[in-house]
Design a protein around this ligand. Sequence first.
Ligand code: ADP
Ligand code: MG
Length: 240
Amino acid sequence: MIELRDIRKSYGSVEVLKGITASVEKGEVVCIIGPSGSGKSTILRCINGLESYNSGEILVEGQRVDRNAPSIVSIRTQVSMVFQRFNLFPHRTVLENVIEGPVFVKKEPRKEAIERARMLLAQVGLAEKADAHPPQLSGGQQQRVAIARALAMQPKAILFDEPTSALDPELVGEVLGVMRKLADDGMTMVVVTHEMGFAKEVADRVLFIDGGVIVEQGAAKDVLNDPKHARTQDFLRRVL
Ligand code: ADP
Ligand code: MG
């Protein structure tokens, strides 16, 4: 579903992605782990065209991701993103946040969008918060709204960029629980995370990235329980 072929990306003279080749199959959950500054967010941002890349090719269902081509609008509706800091509109209600994309980007009838939004809010355990404003909610609740908003676009895949890193520890579980349910339902997911327990239990595959290169990738259990490379071993020793 998602294919990255030898992606290189520089900011000025600094190359931050140094030839990333990876793929994500339909229904697969791939976790990306690695130290801060290694290029994890940049990879996600390149996949849905928030950033351009200098060379290589990214394909989403065979369609080339080019942030300057008209096709980028359709690719962004097919690949939703969930950010560390939720990015909800504070002055709009939860329900309005969730229907924003379907109504204004996909031009869906408002009534349909509202119906689905209510269903999705129920799915993330927030049916009764539809009329609340994001600042009235806990971080965990806001992140669950953000997930409902991502789902409202009926995406083929969802990219998560450290979705629980900004949360108080006691709120992490409720968000990971929603993500785990999505994975069980067959959603294609790419998850940048430091939650090694989640990666171990939910991910089909793990990529360890350091210094803009994939140092090691494989089945979650292999990479996390029995890493082959010294850099992976060292990283895991520090985070576990
Ligand atoms: P990670 O998500 O793994 O922490 P990032 O993908 O955010 O890493 O960043 C990779 C590298 O690119 C870092 O060295 C970071 O400082 C640099 N970088 C990220 N965004 C920008 C930007 N807009 N301009 C310049 N450098 C950037
Ligand atoms: Mg990041």
